[in-house]
Every structure is written in C-alpha cells, then in structure tokens.
Design a protein around this ligand. Structure first.
Ligand code: FEO
Length: 399
C-alpha cells in the first residue's frame, strides 16, 4: 500500500498530471497544466471513481496496482463521461473484464457510443447506495455540471464528496494533492478561468447541485481536476456559488480590437477616465493578444464590460466577434455594458455590437461612441462620457 496516495479512510488518489497538452478541449491554454483526478477506494470491495485521459493509462494502472496489487476492482463509478475522465474505460475493462460500471441512465449510452463498452452495470438513480464495507456511497444526479450524465458520489462514512468537474480548476498537482500540504496560490485564478471557460454556461445546474449538498457534512471534496479540498472547502464552495450566480465585483473589463492603434486610443481614454472616477479594478485586453480564455475569466470577475472594435469588411473585427460569441454562449447575466468602435469609410462595427448588446440583455450604461479614422476632441469627450456613466453605475452598487 502506498501511504503517500492516501486521502481519508481507504480513499487513495490515483490521478495523473498533464504538462504536455497546450490547449484543453482544443481551445483553452494550460499555463500550469492540468490534472485528471481519479480515486481508488481500497475497501472490502474495491471501487474506482472516474478514470483519466487515455494517454496516461500506463501511469494510472501502475498507481492502481501499487495500492491493490493483483486484487480486482469490483466497481468503476463514472461520475462524468467527458473523455478527459472516461478515456481509460476501454483499457480498464480490458485489464478488469469483470468490473461493474456504475452510472446513471444517461451514462451507459455514452460509454457504448464512445468506447463500445457494454457488460455488467449498476444503473443508479438519485439517492441510490453502494456499501463497500467501510465506505458507504450515495449517488446524487447533478445533470449539466457539466454534461447531462454528470453525477456526484458522496461517502457517508468520512464525508468525502467525489464531485466530478465541480470545484475543479486548471493546474497540475506538483508533489502533493491535498490542499493542506501544498501551496494553493496558483489555483485560485485558475479556478475562475476553469469555471468561466468550461462550466460557465451552466450556472443554474451548479446552483441546483449546491442546494442539494447544502446540509451535507463535507470533509473533503475530490474533484476531477485540481487539489483535493479540505481546509479550503468554504472558499472553494464560495467561489463556485458566486460564479454560478454570475455575481461579480466592482471593476471594468475593456476588451478591444485594434489594427493601427486608433481604436486602442479610445480604450485608453475610457480607462483613464474610469480611473479618474475612482474605479480601481480596470483590466484591458487587446483581443488580438489576450487569449479569450483570460478575457472570459475577467468578464466573470468584474461587473462592468466595455467592448470596442474597428470596422472590418463591414463587420465587427473578427477577433472581437469571436469573443462576443463566447460571451453570449455562456449566458452571463447582470453585467453593465458600454461599447465603442471606429471605421475608415463606412461604419458597421458599432451597429453590429448593438446587436450583441441586445442579445446579451446587459444593462447599457450610455450611448455607444463611434469614431471616424482617428481621435478628435469630440471623441475624447464622448469616451469620457461613456466612462463616467459606467463609473456612476458601478458606484450606485456600493453599500
Ligand atoms: Fe474535466 Fe467535463 O470534463
């Protein structure tokens, strides 16, 4: 048995680290890598909770065998089917052909569809139970946190919640994996970025899941990504609660596209006036330089959003259009919005950003500012007016 892997009772960490992949889901940069977490319960009856990306199967299998040797695994509990967690199911079934897969009605169609795996199964419904000997597991269905089949498994003996993607974050586990034994600094922003990029659209399902566990005594959260949370549980739950309610702090994200720096000067004028008005949290992103992953993180953090774009082939600047789509996709609620744009010979960006403003249902703080070619005295005045309107709206929320 490997004592280093032990979490609580008979629960072991058998996850792996990915420091190779550049983009998670092919889209989201992994500056600090990512962990794929799996948990082995070495009880009278052995159970495994989730698997790992198939690329890491050999490492994964070695970790399992270091703990249980040649003993069989009776149950594989599949809390989530996204392939970063389910990718090793087919190989696992090869090494443990008698394993019983535990999932809900939605799970098994996906297992067959992705991996062609059938065989013995335990199909659970809300509140169903599995007794492993020391650990007593209860299953809770939490659809759309993050896929329709997602569920969570709660160990009633030691208060361990196997939470799937919920409460997860980017960032590998470098040495230790329990929050009490590691420096957790790098994970907090990575948690917001993970949430806003991956789970951001599913605020209501996250709220429903949080309500389900409101009265439950949770002593450890074992997510599929990032550290095992113990002493930080209130902070982690607080972050997920705030983000899933789309609650944000005072501050403004100014995201802009620019080709030759003229639209950027509008952004600078707005930012300077916001600062003069006493707004301290101002984050500026050139959409051609900042990856949208980080812009989305800031949009989730801050209440104010100001977007700006030059006109490009009678459209919004393409990088900005892509960002606006990503914001709409996440159905972010309750932001204050301002927008501005520019053109050389025929204006289109501002008009089209107006369509975004309408779809977003954000509160528009002032008329948009439109500039022809380059900054003039009137443009400075209009940009400052927009900034003052945003600052005033934000300040109204101060207690
Ligand atoms: Fe980490 Fe939704 O999978």
């Amino acid at each position: 048995m490997d004592a280093k892997s032990l979490i609580k009772g008979k629960v072991h960490y058998v996850g792996v680290n990915d420091r190779n992949k550049h983009l998670f889901e092919g889209m989201w940069p992994l500056s600090y890598g990512v962990s794929y977490n799996s948990y082995l319960i070495d009880d009278d009856i052995v159970a495994l909770v989730d698997t790992v990306d198939a690329c890491y199967f050999e490492v994964f299998l070695r970790k399992i065998r270091n703990i249980i040797g040649d003993r069989p695994i009776q149950y594989l509990i599949v809390n989530h089917m996204e392939p970063d967690h389910s990718g090793s199911i087919r190989l696992l079934k090869h090494y443990y052909p008698d394993i019983v897969i535990v999932g809900n009605k939605q799970t098994f169609g996906m297992i067959e569809g992705f991996y062609g795996v059938t065989g013995e199964r335990y199909e659970v419904k809300e509140g169903d139970f599995l007794d492993l000997g020391y650990h007593k597991l209860r299953f809770y269905l939490t659809p759309m946190v993050h896929w329709p089949e997602t569920m969570m498994t709660y160990d009633e003996t030691d208060g361990v919640l196997f939470a799937g993607d919920a409460f997860g974050c980017f960032g590998t586990l470098d040495g230790g994996f329990i929050d009490t034994r590691i420096n957790t600094d790098k994970y907090w922003d990575e948690m917001v970025r993970y949430y806003s990029n991956i789970v951001g659209k599913y605020g209501n399902p996250v709220q429903k899941a949080l309500a389900k566990f409101a009265g439950v005594d949770i002593k450890a959260i074992c997510s599929t990504h990032g550290p095992v949370w113990t002493e930080n549980i209130p902070r982690v739950v607080g972050i997920y609660d705030r983000l899933s309610r789309y609650e944000a702090e005072e501050g403004v994200v100014i995201a802009y596209g620019t080709m030759y720096g003229n639209t950027e000067q509008m952004a600078e004028a707005i930012a300077a006036e916001l600062s003069a008005q006493g707004i301290r949290n101002i984050v500026m992103h050139n959409v051609s330089k900042s990856h949208p992953s980080y812009i989305l993180m800031d949009v989730f953090k801050y209440k104010g959003l100001i977007v700006g774009s030059p006109t490009y082939s009678n459209q919004i600047y393409p990088e900005m259009a892509a960002l606006l789509d990503k914001i709409l996709l996440r159905e972010i609620k309750g932001r204050y919005l301002g927008y501005f744009g520019s053109f050389c010979w025929a204006g289109a960006a501002v008009k089209r950003m107006g369509e975004f403003a309408e779809k977003s249902k954000f509160e528009i703080v002032a008329d948009p500012v439109e500039m022809k070619q380059a900054m003039k005295e009137i443009t400075y005045e209009q940009c400052e007016h927009l900034a003052r309107a945003m600052a005033e709206r934000l300040k109204k929320d101060r207690v």
